[in-house]
Design a protein around this ligand. Structure first.
Ligand code: HEC
Length: 135
């Protein structure tokens, strides 16, 4: 009986320990990007030659994130979620894949753009434009 209780307590400890570990590994804003996306390669890195990324940004993103990405778009006031400055270090330190996931898949108040921006190259041009905003 006693050994049973002991193994139960050990199990509880292990579970609690694992939960604490997970809590600390998750980024501060809790937006976890799946590995598959995180390590995605941007085959078009650095290029937005035809201004496609800029055009898409102005069409779909500017209303919330603002012309320069500072989070001061006309719709920003109506949002409950705080918008981080897209040109800030904390945003720019993320991989292209992470920005891709957040930009295209989204969550909650950040809309999903899978249907509106279908072309893979266009999507990456948009990410390249986000990089250009910070320059
Ligand atoms: C309706 C307003 C709205 C529009 C339009 C919008 N966003 Fe967002 N975006 C948000 C909100 C709100 C967040 C914060 C979401 C959160 O943290 O849960 C966000 C977060 C992000 C982030 C993550 C930044 C970080 O904190 O790491 C990126 C990248 C981003 N948006 C890119 C885009 C791009 C690119 C477009 C256009 C294709 C776009 N957004 C259009 C509201 C918007």
């Amino acid at each position: 009986m006693k050994t049973k209780l002991n193994s139960f307590l050990t199990l509880v400890m292990v579970v609690l320990f694992t939960m604490t570990l997970v809590a600390f590994t998750v980024p501060q804003d809790g937006w976890v990007v799946p590995e598959k996306y995180k390590n995605m390669k941007n085959e078009f890195a650095g290029e937005d030659e035809d201004g496609i990324g800029e055009e898409l940004y102005n069409q779909h993103c500017k209303s919330c994130h603002g012309k320069e990405g500072y989070g001061d778009g006309t719709k920003a006031k109506e949002l409950e979620t705080e918008l981080r400055d897209l040109t800030s270090d904390e945003v720019q330190a993320q991989t292209d894949g992470e920005l891709y996931y957040k930009s295209i898949i989204g969550r909650d108040e950040m809309p999903n753009f899978e249907k509106k921006i279908r072309d893979e190259e266009d999507r990456w041009m948009l990410i390249n434009y986000l990089r250009a905003l910070a320059k």
